[in-house]
Structure formats: structure tokens, C-alpha cells
Design a protein around this ligand. Structure first.
Ligand SMILES: C[S@@+](CC[C@H](N)C(=O)[O-])C[C@H]1O[C@@H](n2cnc3c(N)ncnc32)[C@H](O)[C@@H]1O
Length: 269
């Protein structure tokens, strides 16, 4: 590919990358999102999301050039100072790309053929959300379902912390909460609520996903945890035992332990 050099941070061709720290620009109703860093851009190139443009520091272009062959979107190169001026902060990774959002499927579409899904209630921290997607990918979850109060998985920091896995693990919003969760149980899904509550069953006593079984693993927000309404519709309440006096695990850490224990057998298990 022949890159186009950008010298002026106000050049309209790099408008997608302006003010990346600006909260106003985080809104999911913007039609595009930002992928940051070489690893994430590589994942983007393998994903179903159409690339709008790529903006790289010259040394990053040298590394990525071969992989950008065949990319139809424009590739821009800018000196680090110009890159930082466009984005509004220090882009030390020197690599950004923008891509179009695509319509998310209805959540029921994602359930067809799925065996293990992750269901999230009010996860409002982008980095935790990204880390949960990374764990979901690692342990073979088929989809992530988000209650209406979860934040945007395609926000830049979530995409980055997921190492690009939000671009591969299908996700959908669950519109009616917790009624749609109850509907999963009624459809024969085993709904397992993860909670640090000492009265819940210890994880080690809970069986791994059996053949023919389908499991929905439910996790809650960092501060308040799962709502009583959500726990109420789950068939099982499960805890990861901890040392006395510790309130809880970070939700993404809890997710990794739970997915590993409950989910599909991994190669070499
Ligand atoms: C930081 S915790 C919430 C803490 C909150 N005080 C509570 O009591 O649930 C966030 C989420 O991580 C999961 N989690 C954290 N620690 C856990 C543990 N020890 N066992 C099971 N799930 C846990 C739960 O899904 C929880 O809703």
C-alpha cells in the first residue's frame, strides 16, 4: 500500500481520530470505533468490521505494511507529534485504526447453536468489559449478552484491553432485563449467577458443562454486584471461595476462574 502522509493535525482525513479522550466522542451512536495498537489492528483486519482508515507512526507503518496489502481503506502516516496532536494525548503505541460499527444481531440469534454464553449486568467499566471479552474468547464462550446498563464494548479502551477479542466474540444487548434472563432459564439454559455471597455454593462443587447442556454465566457490576432481581431468576448461585475478610474479586478475574471451571474442556485439559 502507498500511505498518505498527514502533516496537519486538523486535516479532515483524520477527523475520526480527533479528541480520542473526549467523553462526548465515546458515544456508541457514532458510527465508528477506534482500534489502538498493533495487536488490536491485526485483530481488526481479521474481523468482520469494515476498516475506514489506518493512522500510523512511520515505524509502525514499516512493521505493518505487508499486512495492510489488500486493505482498501486509506492508510495515513504521521509523525508522532502530529499523531498526538490529532488524538489529544500521547499515542505511544503509534498505531490507530478506525472501523465501522455493524448492526448487532438480536440476542436470540446468538443463542442458536450456542453452548456457553456470558451474561453481564451493569458492567460500566470499559476495561473490565474488555478483559471479560478476552476471557470469554480464551475459554470458548459463544457470545456475550449485555443488559441495557452495560457500557459500550467497542469503546477504544474496551477494544484495547480485550486485545481485539470484542471484534470476534459476538455480542448483543438484552432489551428486557431481567425478563430475558428468566426466558433463558425457561428455554432450558442452566443460568449460573456468580456472587461472592458466602451462602452461595462453592465453585469446586459445581459440575462443568455436560454434553447437551447449555450454560449462561451471569456476572455483576464492580460496586454493587448482581441485583436481587437477576440473582432471583438464576437457577444456581455460585461463589469462588476467598480468604475471610476479602469482599470480592475483580469481575474480570472472577470471570476467568468461572469460565475455566464451568465451561468447555480445553485442549490438553
Ligand atoms: C466486585 S464484585 C461485586 C462485589 C459486591 N460487593 C457483591 O457483593 O457482589 C463484581 C462481580 O464479580 C463477581 N465476583 C467477584 N468475586 C466473586 C467471588 N468470590 N465469587 C463469585 N463471583 C465473584 C460477581 O459476579 C460480582 O457481581
Amino acid at each position: 500500500v502507498q500511505p498518505v502522509e498527514i502533516q496537519d493535525p486538523t486535516d479532515p482525513r483524520v477527523a475520526d481520530y480527533v479528541g480520542l479522550r473526549d467523553a462526548e466522542l465515546r458515544r456508541p451512536d457514532r458510527g465508528w470505533f477506534i482500534a489502538e495498537g498493533m495487536l488490536v489492528i491485526r485483530q481488526l483486519l481479521r474481523s468482520p468490521y469494515p476498516v475506514r482508515s489506518v493512522l500510523l507512526a512511520p515505524r509502525r507503518f514499516a512493521t505493518l505494511a505487508a499486512e495492510l496489502e489488500g486493505v482498501e481503506a486509506p492508510v495515513y502516516v504521521a509523525a508522532p507529534a502530529v499523531l498526538n496532536a490529532v488524538a489529544g494525548f500521547d499515542i505511544h503505541r503509534g498505531a490507530l485504526a478506525s472501523a465501522d460499527r455493524v448492526p448487532t444481531p438480536g440476542y436470540r440469534e446468538l443463542l442458536a447453536g450456542a453452548r456457553m454464553v456470558v451474561v453481564l449486568e451493569a458492567i460500566n467499566d470499559h476495561e473490565n468489559l474488555g478483559a471479560i471479552f478476552r476471557n470469554a474468547a480464551a475459554f470458548g464462550a459463544d457470545a456475550v449478552l449485555l443488559c441495557p446498563r452495560c457500557c459500550d464494548p467497542l469503546y477504544r479502551r474496551s477494544v484495547r484491553v480485550s486485545m481485539g477479542q470484542v471484534l470476534h466474540v459476538p455480542f448483543a444487548r438484552v432489551p428486557s432485563w431481567p425478563d430475558d434472563l428468566a426466558a433463558l432459564g425457561a428455554d432450558g439454559w442452566r443460568v449460573v449467577a456468580l456472587t461472592p455471597d458466602p451462602s452461595a455454593r462453592p465453585l469446586a462443587s459445581v459440575a462443568r458443562l455436560a454434553p447437551q447442556e447449555r450454560v449462561a454465566i451471569l456476572l455483576g457490576a464492580e460496586d454493587v454486584g448482581l441485583s436481587a432481581a437477576a440473582v432471583g431468576v438464576a437457577g444456581e448461585r455460585v461463589r469462588i471461595p476467598m480468604v475471610a475478610g476479602v469482599d470480592s474479586l475483580n469481575v474480570a478475574s472472577a470471570s476467568a476462574i468461572a469460565f475455566h471451571h464451568l465451561g468447555l474442556p480445553m485442549p490438553g485439559d
